[in-house]
Ligand binder design. Structure first.
Ligand code: PGA
Length: 244
């Protein structure tokens, strides 16, 4: 299975227009049967989508975040159980760099992953190094530190998660990471997690568009794309879907 994930962030999108643009652009083109498209709008838009809107594709909804707690006095938070009330919500992004920079720690991210797994919602766990870490040649050490406690927890089934490698310096910049960097980082992850014994999928994210998606998908062990800016336009997003 390959994945194409749209992260709409806090952008103002008219979902009706978006769906129209997406469907019109797909028209009669046949997408790869093996492709699952996951749309992650804001929480309030989640109930507005259903399979009828995007009938021709393998499609699921995803959330952009979730609480690390089960329930209780956590004003403003949304629990995994709340998400599971919408049957179409099968995925949730966690640990996005924009949330990490707002103070989320690896321990908080792991708690979110655990909450999601109890509700059979697949966590899409973002990880990636900053420019400074890359310059110091410490990327592998850093990636290991971000994923270590999740990957090595015997009570957590890593096969039920998706990873998304998103180097911070490539997010929202218009220029994705070079193929060698993507290959090096993803090969490193495949050493930590033996992909021969695991079904774990690893996505790439950071300035993906319809021009560069084909070559990024050709990198070994890249099983899909997590797309921010270029997912905001239904037509462009459909163009990316056609590259799978
Ligand atoms: P971008 O964002 O595609 O705009 O770089 C990706 C992301 O933040 O997940």
């Amino acid at each position: 299975m390959k994945y194409l994930v749209a992260n709409w962030k806090m952008n103002l999108i008219n979902s009706k227009n978006w769906i129209c643009d997406f469907n019109n652009n797909l028209n009669d083109s046949n997408l790869n049967d093996d492709l699952r498209i996951v749309i992650c709008p804001n929480y309030l838009q989640l109930p507005k989508f259903n399979q009828n809107h995007l009938s021709k594709i393998n499609f699921s909804m995803g959330a952009q975040n979730v609480s690390g707690n089960n329930s209780g006095a956590f004003t403003g938070e949304i629990s995994a159980e709340h998400l599971s009330e919408f049957s179409e919500v099968r995925y949730c992004i966690v640990g996005h760099s924009e949330r990490r920079s707002a103070g989320e720690t690896d321990a908080m991210i792991k708690a979110k992953v655990k909450q999601l797994l109890t509700k059979n919602i697949t966590p899409i766990i973002c990880f990636g190094e900053s420019h400074e870490i890359q310059e110091k040649g410490e990327t592998e050490k850093f990636l290991n530190s971000q994923l270590n406690s999740i990957v090595n927890d015997e009570n957590l089934n890593i096969d039920s998660c998706i990873l998304a490698y998103e180097p911070l310096w490539a997010i929202g910049k218009g220029i994705p990471a070079d193929l060698e960097t993507i290959n090096n980082s993803i090969s490193y992850i495949t050493k930590i997690i033996d992909l021969n014994k695991s079904n774990l999928k690893i996505l790439y994210g950071g300035s993906v568009d319809s021009e560069n998606s084909g070559e990024i998908l050709s990198v070994d062990n890249v099983s899909g794309l997590l797309v921010g800016n270029s997912s905001l336009d239904g037509k462009e997003f459909a163009n990316i879907a056609k590259k799978f």
